[in-house]
Design a protein around this ligand. Sequence first.
Ligand SMILES: O=C(O)CCC(=O)C(=O)O
Ligand SMILES: [Fe+2]
Length: 735
Amino acid sequence: MSTPTIRRRNDRRSLRSRGGLIKYAYNNTSQNGEDGIVARLFNVLLPPSKHRHCVDVGAWDGVHLSNTYSLLVGNGNEHAKDGGEGTQWTGVLIEANPQRFQELKKLHDPLVGNICVCAEVSYKPTSSRSLTSILKRDAPHLPSDFDFLSIDIDGMDYWVLADTLGVSSQMSEIKEGEMSSSYRPKVICIEFNPTMPIDLVYVQPRDDNIRHGSSLSALVELANAANYTLVETTLFNAFFVQKEIYEMHLVKEVPDTSIEALHEVSMGTELYQLYDGTIHLWGCRRLLWHRLPIDEEKIQMLPPEERSFPFHPSVAVSSSFSSEGRTKKTQAGGRTTNENSDRRMKQQLTKYQNTSDAKFKSDRLREMAVDMSPYCDTHATMDKKRECFAKLNKTLHRDGFALVRGFGIPESLCKDALRAAKSFLHEADESVRRSCLTKDRARRGYSPMCSENFASLIGKHGPNDLVKKFRIGPLPNKKNLDTLHPMSSLHQPNEWPTAEVWGDENASHFKFTIEEYFARSCHAADCILRAICDGIIDENKNLSIVESIKVLSPDTCNSENDADMGDEPKNHTSILTLLGYQPGSRHKKGSKGYMRPLVSAHTDVGMITLLHFDSGKCAALERAYKSSNTDPENIEWIDVDLPPFHYDDPIFVVNVGDCLSDLSGGSLRSTLHRVMPRPCPPNDAALDEVARTCLALFVGLEPSVSLTLPSGEVISYEEWRRRRIARATAVMKST
Ligand SMILES: O=C(O)CCC(=O)C(=O)O
Ligand SMILES: [Fe+2]
């Protein structure tokens, strides 16, 4: 098996200066060369002094990893003159741990002048355990500009330094009146957290009980605010000197005092991600202070069997409904860029080659689909219903689209209906289709290719849509036929292809199958509306929304008139449209290198739309991604797909229409969508594979039902539709 090549280029690291104080680093008792740096500073660079003072916070036993041992005790060992020839050092040594403190005392008691304090230093300036309080109380003769301060207390180091130097928590200013009471050591050595990135400013919470440590960058900001300059770092420690001292004595030795020149993060742990979702570690692969290895397998988000590239051509749309999904940007008029259509071309040609990926994609889409069965099953518990509407409405709020399943519609019926639609729209002679042309083909019967224009729904001009359609709707019922109730334009007789032109069997099978699908999908739509309604009522205490949304619940909207209607169909105005797409002129790129939509970008007018389609390759539904519907000029588009694999429990797409969006006060979005051509395999490919068929149920309410708009106005559904269409027409006329 081939393995990846993994290494790091050296450039960034080689910037780190090796020529400054670090050149003199060595350890006597220190951990990472601090003894040598201190010696260089006080022996050579700073003006000589007969007597020097140091303070060691976190002194341990005075020896272990000590930065002051060589100054205070070191006589007699190989670096006897560490603190400067002829210089006498005295120190204040503070240690919190009582056992270690005993050792510390044992070491220092015989040495004249050294003071040992057993205390856990607090960050609180007002505390009797603050460093300034301890120094003032226990070492009253310590000069305020003593020579060397070493802080290593594994947590609050930053805040102890801030309080000692009198820097406010904002780091930008010296606290008023505190300077005189503060200390200004000439040189500071302080520990930082060496795992943190070089540009990270991390200041641990100001809490004695928290042990995070702070970053080097944070300490540099703090020190700069108090007029100190960074002059060197070791693995864990930063050295700062007073700015004036730096300028007088150290500029030559340390010309570049930037963090980048003086530090290299060698204990950092970095993460990067592979396309297939694997998380890789780089750098330090262990928990530094716990001495535990970081197990790469334990920090993975996906189990090994789920690690694959989600946008692999054959799994291209696994996140159709996720806001984080792959998107494509288009230019004005909804054109796909050259780059995208080339990529699309490749994707389409390889889309179904890899069956295991297709299965993976199917399973993902199925997982995403909201199970609506609690709304179809009269015995479902409220908890189940709540779970259902919460998932549904969450997705609809976010995307305006969702996948739904669990209606009990047999898969065989969906397949038969798609098959029947395909044979009518694609295989039958045009004369069959023309046998059911109606006057009002926007509502019933056959609507030929290029005879409609959905761009007009959003008040746009554009080429006519390249799709054939056939529509049926609810029949006029007793109420409509009553002379007192003139038939609404939304209720009309259906028109079917005639037996004379298509043959008895074809015609009756078509009518029977499509009517059956219509009835079952209307029932599914009722379930969805009830769930949406419950969801909105649950999440909304706003009365006008609740009032207006109640109409969605089919039980409510039809209850008045149901009693005397027996088994008559309800008065809804839902229309089932069969849509047929075939490869045509728009499948070739135009002179400008982009493709034009088969159905222009639009929003659906009614309540919801319930879609079911086959995997025909020549067309694909896309929805706008994270865009405002009022600005369709610059939109990112994302595919809306159904699983190419069939399940016993068929999956549908539901999207929010304008009326529902209005009733919800805009909280449910009616998202702009369109149908785009997809490159097809060569011309001789079977029509069966390329033609695309869609069953779209556009769900409408009873024409006379009263809607309470969020504004409080009460109008009928029919009036709402009239205004909606008039609005779009007015926009079109003005452009
Ligand atoms: O064919 C499709 O996928 C959807 C068509 C559509 O959006 C419509 O007819 O409103
Ligand atoms: Fe639509």
